[in-house]
Write a protein that binds this ligand. Structure first.
Ligand code: THU
Length: 160
């Protein structure tokens, strides 16, 4: 028997400690929460992506009365970016949350399906994506690549 120890690193920042560009991206993600359609959960998720061509692309969750059809903010933003700028690489993904039901100050990490999707985009662009997570207020979690949130990921190398 042997053990594998898988390392996950999350850097925790106060907002003021972040670089100006990162603060601006976090602000854009918070603004994207206003474009969420979340009448059922009252839980808004906003995403802002910074691209290597200088553009910022946003996404927000889009719910449906048939609950399984709800679309998370992350795939909305990632698809928007790939459609608008197919050749651009995604550098950073900022994710903010806003609940109408409770005050949350702990950042929310992407759900499992979204982690898988982020992993696919990293594979496509052959470069990691930095994640910045923050609730409506409070600390910022900085994560350098989805491998930190999705170790032992299933990916296209198994299918070649
Ligand atoms: N949601 C996201 O947008 N991203 C996630 O990673 C987790 C959950 C949305 C889906 C749904 O509209 C609401 O949050 C509550 O689950």
């Amino acid at each position: 028997m042997r053990r594998m120890h898988l390392k996950t690193e999350v850097q925790v920042f106060k907002k003021e400690e972040m670089e100006k560009a990162e603060q601006a991206l976090l602000e854009a993600a918070l603004q994207a929460c206003d474009q969420a359609y979340a009448p059922y959960s009252d839980f808004r998720v906003g995403v802002a992506l910074s691209l290597d061509n200088g553009h910022i692309v946003k996404g927000a969750n889009q719910e449906n009365a048939a609950y399984p059809m709800c679309i998370c903010a992350e795939p909305v933003a990632l698809s928007n970016a790939k459609m608008a700028f197919p050749a651009a690489k995604i550098l950073t993904m900022a994710i903010r949350i806003k609940s109408g039901r409770q005050k949350i100050s702990e950042p929310a990490a992407p759900c499992g399906a979204c982690r898988q999707m982020i992993s696919e985009y990293e594979s496509r662009q052959q470069a990691p994506i930095t994640l910045l997570l923050q609730a409506e207020e409070g600390e910022v979690y900085k994560i350098e690549g989805i491998e930190n949130l999705l170790p032992l990921s299933f990916n296209g190398t198994f299918l070649t």
